[in-house]
Design a protein around this ligand. Structure first.
Ligand SMILES: O=C(O)CCC(=O)C(=O)O
Ligand SMILES: [Fe+2]
Length: 187
């Protein structure tokens, strides 16, 4: 992929740890269904979310002001492990719960100003395997996808958010619930 910097670690967490974390986060995170404004109409997001941050940080994501919770010990542990692998530091974690194949996230780039010029986004996947797609913003022939495995880590960095969008589409396949954690550094 030109103008993209991606690193993928399919076995970032061993299966036992990934299973444990999936069950624990599914049960203990206070998952919320937020509304988004689409053409002036409020509609519920097709997924559940939660937002964790260091004290004093708030984050507006897709026009939503997210209310931060403090990091739980599990999230803090994952943050540290992710920081070691990436060589970056993070002060926030956005969590997504895709309950089934009807839940999704549409095309976007994580290019908000508060993320800095060339953000590094570290994304951990737990639970059902889902397809994650990329499309180049200007060259319509450039498309890619990757199946994000249980316990995997995907890192997007460099200039990538300027040139590529990504999405997690709905699927008709019978998929089990999936949790995604994205670690970010907010200025
Ligand atoms: O669920 C995923 O893997 C993608 C999440 C994502 O792109 C985001 O939170 O910005
Ligand atoms: Fe994203």
């Amino acid at each position: 992929m030109p103008q993209a910097e991606l690193e993928y670690f399919p076995h970032f967490l061993n299966t036992e740890k990934a299973n444990f974390l999936f069950e624990k986060l599914l049960k203990e995170v206070s998952w919320q269904q937020q509304n988004i404004k689409l053409f002036g109409k409020e509609i519920p997001q097709p997924r559940l979310t939660a937002f964790f941050a260091e004290k004093g940080i708030s984050y507006t994501y897709s026009g939503l002001q997210l209310k931060p919770e403090t990091f739980s010990s599990e999230i803090l542990d994952l943050k540290q492990q992710t920081e070691e692998v990436s060589g970056f530091e993070f002060n926030t974690c956005l969590a997504n719960l895709y309950r089934d194949g009807n839940d999704s996230m549409g095309w976007h780039a994580d290019d908000e100003q508060v993320l800095g010029k060339n953000p590094l986004i570290a994304s951990i996947s737990l639970g059902g395997v889902r397809s994650f797609q990329f499309k180049h913003k200007t060259n319509k022939n450039l498309k890619e996808k990757i199946e994000l495995q249980h316990g995997s880590l995907l890192i997007m960095k460099g200039i990538m958010q300027h040139y590529w969008k990504h999405q997690l589409p709905k699927t008709k396949k019978d998929v089990s619930p999936r949790i995604n954690l994205t670690f970010r550094q907010i200025q």
